[in-house]
Design a binder for this molecule. Sequence first.
Ligand SMILES: Cc1cc2nc3c(=O)[nH]c(=O)nc-3n(C[C@H](O)[C@H](O)[C@H](O)COP(=O)(O)OP(=O)(O)OC[C@H]3O[C@@H](n4cnc5c(N)ncnc54)[C@H](O)[C@@H]3O)c2cc1C
Length: 317
Amino acid sequence: LKDFAYVAASSLGEAVGVLSTHGERAKVLAGGTDLLVHLRETPLEADVVLDVKRIPELGELRFDGGRGLVLGAAVPCWRLYDAPDIVNAYPALTDAARIVGGWQIQSRATVGGNLCNASPAADTVPPLIVERAVARIAGPSGERRVPVVEFCTAPRKTVLARGEMLIALEFPPPVERSGSRYLRFIPRNEMDIAVVGAAAHLTLDPASRSIAEARIALAAVAPTPVFASEASAWLAGKPATEESFVRAGELAKKAAVPISDLRGPAEYRLHLVGVLVRRALAGALDRARGGSREPRPFHPRPEGRGSSRAGRPGGGR
Ligand SMILES: Cc1cc2nc3c(=O)[nH]c(=O)nc-3n(C[C@H](O)[C@H](O)[C@H](O)COP(=O)(O)OP(=O)(O)OC[C@H]3O[C@@H](n4cnc5c(N)ncnc54)[C@H](O)[C@@H]3O)c2cc1C
């Protein structure tokens, strides 16, 4: 590990100043669960590691049923699934927050870091896309907002320019009769990278009980997480049935351009897209109808441990 200077910024202005001065040679540190691994095990080098956890705007976590959610870029994953209002309003997001690594990782890792790391397999990004999250960005010329669906541009590349950093993710308020679900396939039970991930969001039409709107996004099947636009558009106005979900799963494959690697061949990944999209849509439908927001029944809590995290060995999968 090459030596670097450590700077803990206490304001956005200070952080943007450091990033503007050092450019690519400065790296933002949120939870550090990607950054420190990369600094140690890859050719990535930094002159300055910029800790952003003391900046007030990045620590904000605010939910209001009428205004939506503001998720600061330095808020660790566990705080999302520990907040019942947020679990209820954005269940696909909390599905993903519960499966990033295990407890130890979730106590440090942030959704903002997961997005800025821009892995094609990032678990929280498909949920961010289907929940219509917008990235609030600070930079030398002020602030700007970019929809998350446009944020990742290539593996480990984002729209962030020199001097820019993510402040927060902003979510619109939840809509009545809507639900969402995130599922991933991994060969082991936990602590693994997605072979494929699929998020689905459904809103039901109150009169016809058919689908008013659908959004589907995928991970690990393209250079970036992708929005499955054709499958999403096709579902609008269709009955909320297994048959529709199977067809949407087939259409979602058109958004996938998977590679073959040690986690599985491309054909296998395409097959998984069909399976996971169908199941994620069924899970989203169940939640739109008022079903449980929990990914599966809780394990019994170990005696003497009271927190909601304590009942979820292996990060709650
Ligand atoms: C054991 C282990 C298991 C893991 N399991 C999973 C998993 O199941 N699913 C998964 O998706 N990931 C997994 N990861 C990867 C990692 O934990 C996640 O990507 C995590 O969400 C990263 O968040 P962080 O806060 O730690 O990011 P950091 O490591 O702090 O940052 C990640 C990258 O984003 C940049 N960055 C961070 N914050 C900002 C900001 N505000 N503005 C601009 N750039 C920023 C950093 O410079 C760095 O390049 C795992 C990692 C480990 C070590």
